[in-house]
Design a protein around this ligand. Structure first.
Ligand code: AMP
Ligand code: MG
Length: 426
């Protein structure tokens, strides 16, 4: 009798952490950064496990920015529109070619964009600044001249050595996501292979007697398992590889077997459903009798207050609420930062911005509310936000409509229209 009384109290009177406390506690427990080496062509959207610095200056040679003529700037200093200077054209340099003879005073060399300037040249004059290309044949070779109508200064239209990047310059930090620009830089510096963090393998297990597979015909009182597919997307977005395990009925014995195996096979395990205080909420029961360590099972946030996180021999278990929006928010707040941390990201949280409530939000709460919102920027640059469609934790459609979560701090009344709130873009 006594023990069931204690159990009842523990089940209902959980110690709710703030979101910050819960995230902090979780992130500091993640220490499983695994690294692999992959060809650059497979590295898009992976997280670099290497700090990358420029291994040479860019450009590494004096490079023409224009199609025109490489000259000595001093030769052009008297050139004007009505007082042209004539220079001897002594050759032509295509991209990738290198001129063998140094440029002498009074000479010009035809040069293409991206080609290396000849020794002795220090500026490029674009075609528009020249005219009257005269071609005379002298013996075997062609001897051309041009008229220069404007002066150029030293370095004009030339990318100097190291002008884009200096040798040794820090380019990509550990944990950065490799996007198009990073891919280009890595290729530039000859990284055929790159060290990246391995993608965390994440098992997804939905629980609930009411759940049907997505291929099943709909039945009275039952719903198809939609959370697993939402989580699948969220895990991929966070750089993980999701593994959809079959959903489990509200059966502690079955769940225990599935979870024990999953916690040993994957880098992280997510469950949805069964974390609250209902009669069939078996996740709570599971975390009372396992060999793992429970970090928290209540957070001062809504939706998703029963979000539960524990570790089993270093592997995190995220037991999220079954309510689709609560599940979504729980994944955003806990799973995503943890997966990013496993991939070397030191600051794994989204950066909030400030915006104005477009309409009043009169929902009193003692917990922080993370409301699925639609934000937009007005013409004058002000960011405004409103709740997306149906603001119920059971609502799935608002997850699709939302492009942000906005933060409503605990309040006995809710918030007036125009109040400034923190907005977390998704
Ligand atoms: P629970 O957290 O198990 O109490 O579930 C809360 C609500 O979410 C119930 O209405 C469930 O039917 C619903 N639900 C639970 N799991 C899923 C799921 N995998 N997909 C969609 N809805 C779910
Ligand atoms: Mg349930």
């Amino acid at each position: 009798m006594e023990s069931s009384q204690a159990d009842y109290q523990a089940r209902f009177q959980r110690n709710p952490l703030t979101i910050y406390e819960a995230q902090h506690m979780l992130i500091h427990r993640i220490n499983s950064e695994a690294v692999e080496v992959i060809p650059l062509e497979q590295a898009y959207l992976r997280r670099s496990a290497q700090t990358i610095r420029a291994n040479m200056p860019v450009p590494h040679f004096q490079r023409s920015m224009m199609d025109g003529f490489a000259v000595k700037a001093a030769d052009t200093c008297h050139a004007q529109q009505n007082m042209a200077v004539r220079l001897q054209v002594v050759g032509s340099i295509a991209c990738g070619d290198v001129s063998k003879k140094p440029l002498m005073s009074g000479e010009a060399v035809r040069i293409m964009t991206g080609a290396q300037l000849p020794e002795g040249a220090d500026a490029v004059i674009k075609l528009e600044g020249t005219s009257d290309l005269q071609r005379r044949t002298t013996g075997q070779s062609q001897d051309d001249t041009i008229l220069i109508h404007q002066s150029v200064s030293e370095g004009e239209n030339v990318n100097a050595i190291g002008s884009e990047m200096e040798e040794g310059q820090l380019l990509i930090e550990k944990g950065s996501r490799l996007e198009a620009g990073e891919m280009a830089l890595l290729a530039m510096f000859g990284y055929e292979y790159i060290h990246v963090y391995t993608k965390p393998r994440v098992a997804i297990i939905s629980t609930g007697h009411e759940l049907l597979s997505i291929s099943a015909s709909i039945e009275a009182g039952k719903i198809r398992n939609s959370n697993s597919y939402m989580l699948l997307a969220q895990i991929q977005e966070a750089g993980g590889t999701p593994y959809l395990l079959p959903h489990v009925a509200d059966d502690l014995h079955q769940l225990t077997q599935v979870l024990k195996e999953a916690l040993q096979q994957y880098d992280a395990v997510i469950t949805t459903g069964g974390v609250s205080v209902g009669d069939h909420d078996i996740l709570y029961d599971f975390t009372q009798n396992w060999e793992g360590e429970l970090l928290f099972n209540k957070v001062q946030m809504r939706p998703g207050s029963p979000s539960t996180v524990g570790f089993f021999r270093g592997t995190p278990l995220f037991a999220l609420s079954g309510n689709p929006s609560a599940c979504f928010v729980g994944c955003e707040m806990f799973v995503r930062p943890a997966l990013l941390r496993m991939q070397g990201v030191t600051e794994p949280y989204r950066t909030p911005l400030r915006g104005k409530l477009e309409q009043s939000y009169y929902v009193p709460d003692t917990f922080v509310r993370l409301v699925r919102g639609v934000m937009r920027t007005e013409e004058d640059g002000t960011v405004v936000v409103r709740p997306a469609g149906v603001d119920k934790s059971s609502a799935t459609i608002s997850i699709m409509e939302a492009n942000c979560l906005f933060v409503v701090l605990p309040s006995p009344t809710g918030l007036e229209q125009g109040t400034l709130v923190d907005i977390v873009p998704l």
